[in-house]
Write a protein that binds this ligand. Sequence first.
Ligand SMILES: Cc1ncc(COP(=O)(O)O)c(C=O)c1O
Length: 415
Amino acid sequence: MKDIFEKLYDRMGPLGMYADDAHGYFAFPKLEGPIGPNMIFRGRERLNWSLNNYLGLANHPEVMKADADASEKFGMAYPMGARMMSGNSNYHEQLEQELADFIKKPEVILLNYGYQGVLSAIDALVDRHDVIVYDAEAHACIIDGVRLHMGKRFVYNHNNIESLQQQLRRATKLVEQTGGGILVITEGVFGMSGSQGKIKEIIALKQTFAFRLLVDDAHGFGTMGSTGAGTTEEQGCTDGVDIYFSTFAKSMAGIGAFIGSDPHVIKFLRYNMRSQIYAKSLPMPMVVGALKRLELMRNCPELKDKLWEIVNALQSGLREAGFNIGITTTPVTPVLLNGTIPEATHLIKDLRENFNIFCSIVVYPVVPRGVIMLRLIPTACHTLEDVAITLKAFISIKSKLDAGEYCQEKLAEFA
Ligand SMILES: Cc1ncc(COP(=O)(O)O)c(C=O)c1O
């Protein structure tokens, strides 16, 4: 017999294998001070492009006050228990109603966390007779929901409608035998590339295939569409999406999430989602705070306008300077460079230590070998001056990378 802990020493996993070198710097960095574009990293202020605080609500004075007042009034414990047992409140129901009105879906169910929510909604919606067809670049919460599924699942190439059609043909054949149905899952905005899911084109396939569509719009809610109601509003296809999901963890700068759908689906989810039935309800300060955030999203369109001013300045500046930022049409801004993982390490250290710029870095296996992806998240609280400083720094690090200055031999310079 083997001690299950034994293998943990030599099998740390795809991220854990870098833990010793990365911890505290590349992984688990501590960003301190008030949330915003200027935060302290290792004792020094850095220009920060790594927070999904798209609308700048995290530090908005009205949000801070609403959170603080609700905490003072209710504490963090209230309501105790799961929603179904003892954790419901008028505030929870009011937030559901206001979200439903905002996203133009008949009903909404609140979720205590987005990740568990998506996973558990998938688990509740399908049984072993059903088939799931999902995008190859789907977020981990979708993948994990699919992993719980007892029936067949088919993955289609990222945003590739032909590949989706192929998989729908296979799925249709299968459900004709099992008597089940098909659930297609995609995202509104893919959080790594910034590309939009082809929701409208997927909905058009309903003419040919029978399926229901779930869209995870974590990055689109608040940032996309004329009112900020998300990627489905942007693409003018709200009605064709059967299950709309988003989280409070990005534009809303909070915790929690929600699903919008038809009343009978929401009723079913309320009584069948294990992550909600067997876990504590969202704490009251998060619910009252979310009502304030939603009010600001509805009443202050200038926040989204400011976000897009920064997005456009940053993305056009990068493109004009010759950077490859892929096919983003959303605030998510990937900068794709060519280099090895050691080069990426030196480049990011240079960027942080000498240019005081903090952004996320993504390397193989998330992106292909030889690609370094820097990921910038613009927000409504960045300034055009922040953009100018960043462009200058990026031009400089790219020319150093191209000149081979981040190669192993140059290690000593950064020691
Ligand atoms: C696409 C997507 N779905 C779901 C989630 C999970 O949301 P939460 O942070 O509320 O658990 C995230 C958050 O990272 C996300 O990016």
